[in-house]
Design a protein around this ligand. Sequence first.
Ligand code: ADP
Ligand code: MG
Length: 497
Amino acid sequence: MTKFSEFGLDEKIVKSVKRMGFEEATPIQEKTIPIGLAGKDLIGQAQTGTGKTAAFGLPMIQKIDQKSGDVQALIIAPTRELAIQVSEELYKLSYDKHVRVLAVYGGSDISRQIRSLKKKPQIVVGTPGRILDHINRRTLKLDHVETLVLDEADEMLNMGFIDDIETILKEVPAERQTLLFSATMPDPIRRIGERFMHDPELIRIKAKEMTALLIEQYFVKVHEKEKFDVLSRLLDVQSPDLAIVFGRTKRRVDELSRALDMRGYVAEGIHGDLTQAKRMSVLRKFKEGKVDVLVATDVAARGLDISGVTHVYNYDIPQDPESYVHRIGRTGRAGKEGMAITFVQPREMGYLRTVEQTTKKRMTPLKAPTWDEAFAGQLRIATEKITEIITEENLADYKTVASELLENYDATDIAAAMLKMLAKEPDQTPVHITEERPLPQRNGKGGKGGGKGGNYRGGYRDRNNSGKGRRGSNSGSRDRRYNDNRGKNKGSYKKSK
Ligand code: ADP
Ligand code: MG
């Protein structure tokens, strides 16, 4: 394991890294930082949450000449959220060196961005469309760029940004260092490497090196109709601090977040159809812990750095193993433990096996909790909460009335009443979730043929599985933060305080 002081980075940079609480480099950082510092081109592959931003950011910051007001580094990222996230990370990494970092992205006031560009940022992070826009308006000059980064390249490819990127590349001097990062390495990405890079070094950190240690992976065999009750009960039993539920479609995300809300969970959904403002506010609430359950589609959650996610629920098993790896990568990030639970319909077991072949790890079967178990889980949480209040809070103001209660009632009855108030009975409020058919059956165990070709566009038929939903009456507000009885961090790159 390499310490950040061993790379030969500027002292000020090492100081900023320390302040961020990083103790040692992650595998991708260990391998790529020296290449970045040597000025060589690089293709880096590692799943999300492995610290790729610092991997390219640290050598980049080292090279910045503070006396120059030129844009010296350009990072292209697929979405606004990612651009913002990368710019925030770079800002922190360069805090002591005082580098000016700016994010430019669509959906935000362009004249304000133009004013910010006039303040001479040295690093610009942006989405392809908005970068092009600024190039065309001549508000962004790239002729002094020395480092170019394509972040989440595969995602940019999926989103159809390839032409935009080529156009941008033409504006950047050919004499430059190009770094490409991607979670997967399909052929078109390799070809970008061949066309736009000089003899790039290929660094690949295998998914299993990251996932295996830190994420406990389970699956629950469950029929479509029962999925939602199973999800509610799992939430009751496991009481995650922060959970993400993945659904296959936008409609699913909408329906699930509404249904969770009806059953008394604090849930919000994000998907591509929401406005940027809405997505950002949902994410902010989630990061601040004001939302316990985030429901998302793959695309919406891709690459976002949300720390502290303890549980990932795959309400629908993803079609391809790579999505699976990305989804569960939302938890267990940078050395923290996490748990992933995948719902699989009996006919979809073939998909599960394909995922296992990719991650080289078997998932542990988990039985859906019963109503009793869910209730027991809630009682345990309520008990923990009471214990915590007794041990940590000042109860002087309550004691007089408490003694009066004790004179009139049996102590056990009082305690039971408190538990009843605090513990939420597993909620069975009827909800409406449109059924989705299982993924098409595959012939041949884990046969490659099925892979992407699964391409399921089948007509969905709407079927109400229950009457109209009504608001849960017993959804007394619960503070799920009291419930963390998970183990301490075991990860190898712990953040120090
Ligand atoms: P990626 O781009 O691979 O998805 P990020 O660069 O977004 O990953 O990093 C994920 C999280 O891990 C961020 O919160 C980041 O601050 C943190 N992180 C990065 N490197 C380290 C490290 N060496 N030690 C601890 N945390 C780290
Ligand atoms: Mg990243």
